[in-house]
Design a protein around this ligand. Structure first.
Ligand code: NAD
Ligand code: ZN
Length: 379
C-alpha cells in the first residue's frame, strides 16, 4: 500500500509499505477515505517531538471503511464507514474510566504524560498513522464511531480532532455567560475554539494571529473580533485596554510551540516571526487574562525549553487547564452540534490533495501559503 514516509525534519515522501495486519483481537483494519494534516503534525515535521523515527507514517485525523475486524470487536462490521478519534484508548484503564481518553495508560504504558496517538512518534506509543491507504486501529471497540447517513465525510474527518479539540479548549476555559474570551491562534484549532466559545455563552470573542487570511476567515466564521499581533505595539497592553483594564475572563492558547522557537523567542523578544510556533502565545495568555481568570491550553508543547511566567500565574491566582482532547468522550455531542447546524466543520477545508502529493501539502500548510487553513488528503 501507499503511505506517508518520514525521512527526517522537513523530509516527507510517499512510499510503498507493507499492509497493516490484525495484531490483537481488539484491532481493526481500516481503508482510509479522508486524512488530514494537523498543526500537531507540523511539530513532527519540524523535528520537535522526541523519538520521531525515520520510516514512520504520520496521520491521526482520518475516516475510513472497516476492512477487517479482530475476534474481540463486536460493535463494528466490515464495510462500516467510521470516524476514528485521534486518541488510541483502551476504554478500561484508570484514566479512560474518568473520560481522560487522551491519557490512556494501556495504549502507551511507557509514557508518563500523553496516551496513544496515531502516527505521533514513539513518545505517543509508536503507532503508525492514517496518512496512508490502510491503517491498523487498536482498541477498535472503543473509539471508532459510525458516520451518520446524513453526514458528509468531509465534516466527519474534522470530528477526529479539530472540532472536539476546539470544543474542549472552550470547555476547559470554564466560560460563563457573557465572558470575554481571547483565542491565540487562528489555525483550525483556534477557529474552532472561537466558534465553540459561543456555545458556552461567551459574550465577546477575540482572536489574535498574524495571517490576515486566517483572521478574515474567523471574523465571519467565529464570529470574532480579530487583531493582527504584528500591527499591535504590545498585545497584552492592547487587550487590557480593550477590557476596561481588567483583562479577559478566559484566554485560550491554540498555538503551542517547540523547544527551539521558545528558546529563541525568550532571547529575542515578542517580535520574532517564527513559523514553528512559540511559547509567546502562552505568555500573552497568562498576562492578558484577568486576576482569577482561566488559561486553557490545547496548543502542543515540546518537552523542554518552555519558559512560563509562573510568578504571574501565582500572583494573579490564575487557573491553568490543559490536555490533549478526549475525542471519544466528546464525539456524540459534536455529531449533534453538526446535525443542528451549530458547527460547520468542512468550511475549514481549503486544500484537497492526493496522497501522492503529500510533501507539497505539508509544505503549503507549514508555510501558510495559498490561503491554506486545513489540507485534506484523499487517498
Ligand atoms: P496551525 O499551524 O494551522 O495554526 C497555528 C496558528 O497559530 C497559525 O495561524 C499561527 O500564525 C498562529 N500563531 C503563531 N504564533 C502565535 C502567537 N504568538 N499568537 C497568536 N497566534 C500565533 O495549527 P492548528 O492545527 O490550528 O493547531 C494549533 C495547535 O493546537 C498546535 O500546537 C497543535 O499541535 C495543537 N493541537 C492540540 C490538540 C489537542 O488535543 N490538545 C489537537 C490538535 C492540535
Ligand atoms: Zn490533529
Amino acid at each position: 500500500m501507499l503511505a506517508m514516509d518520514y525521512r527526517g525534519p522537513y523530509r516527507i515522501r510517499v512510499d510503498e509499505k507493507p499492509m497493516p495486519r490484525i495484531e490483537h483481537p481488539r484491532d481493526a483494519i481500516v481503508r482510509v477515505t479522508r486524512s488530514c494534516i494537523c498543526g500537531s503534525d507540523l511539530h513532527l515535521y519540524h523535528g520537535m517531538v522526541p523519538d520521531t523515527r525515520v520510516g514512520s507514517t504520520f496521520g491521526h485525523e482520518f475516516t475510513g471503511i472497516v476492512e477487517e475486524v479482530g475476534s474481540g470487536v463486536e460493535n463494528l462490521n466490515v464495510g462500516d464507514h467510521v470516524i476514528v478519534p485521534f486518541n488510541i484508548a483502551c476504554g478500561q484503564c484508570h484514566f479512560c474510566k474518568q473520560g481522560l481518553f487522551g491519557n490512556c495508560h494501556e495504549a502507551n504504558p511507557h509514557a508518563t504524560a500523553v496516551g496513544g496517538i496515531y502516527g505521533y512518534s514513539h513518545t505517543a506509543g509508536g503507532y503508525n498513522g492514517g496518512q496512508a491507504e490502510y491503517v491498523r486501529v487498536p482498541y477498535a471497540d472503543v473509539g471508532p464511531t459510525l458516520i451518520p447517513d446524513w453526514m458528509d465525510v468531509d465534516d466527519a474527518v474534522l470530528l477526529t480532532d479539530v472540532v472536539p479539540t476546539g470544543y474542549q479548549a472552550a470547555e476547559m476555559g470554564g466560560i460563563q455567560k457573557g465572558d470575554t474570551v481571547v483565542v491565540f491562534g487562528a489555525g483550525p484549532v483556534g477557529i474552532m475554539a472561537a466558534r465553540c466559545a459561543w456555545l458556552f455563552g461567551a459574550g465577546r470573542v477575540i482572536v489574535i494571529d498574524r495571517f490576515e487570511y486566517r483572521l478574515e476567515f474567523v471574523r465571519d466564521y467565529g464570529p470574532a473580533e480579530v487583531y493582527n499581533y504584528e500591527a499591535l505595539d504590545d498585545v497584552v497592553t492592547f487587550i487590557k485596554h480593550a477590557t476596561d483594564g481588567l483583562g479577559v475572563d478566559v484566554a485560550i492558547d491554540a498555538v503551542g510551540g517547540d523547544a527551539k522557537g521558545n528558546f529563541l523567542q525568550t532571547l529575542l523578544g515578542n517580535k520574532l516571526k517564527l513559523q514553528a510556533g512559540n511559547a509567546i502565545a502562552l505568555h500573552w495568555a497568562i498576562n492578558s487574562v484577568k486576576k482569577g481568570g482561566i488559561v486553557s491550553i490545547v496548543g502542543v508543547y515540546g518537552p523542554t525549553g518552555n519558559v512560563v511566567p509562573i510568578g504571574n500565574v501565582v500572583n494573579k491566582g490564575i487557573t491553568i487547564r490543559a490536555n490533549q482532547a478526549a475525542v471519544p468522550r466528546l464525539l456524540p455531542k459534536m455529531i449533534e452540534h453538526v446535525k443542528e447546524g451549530r458547527i460547520n466543520p468542512k468550511a475549514l477545508i481549503t486544500h484537497r490533495v492526493p496522497l501522492e502529493h503529500i510533501a507539497d501539502a505539508y509544505h503549503i500548510f507549514a508555510a501558510k501559503l495559498d490561503g491554506c487553513i486545513k489540507p485534506v488528503l484523499v487517498p
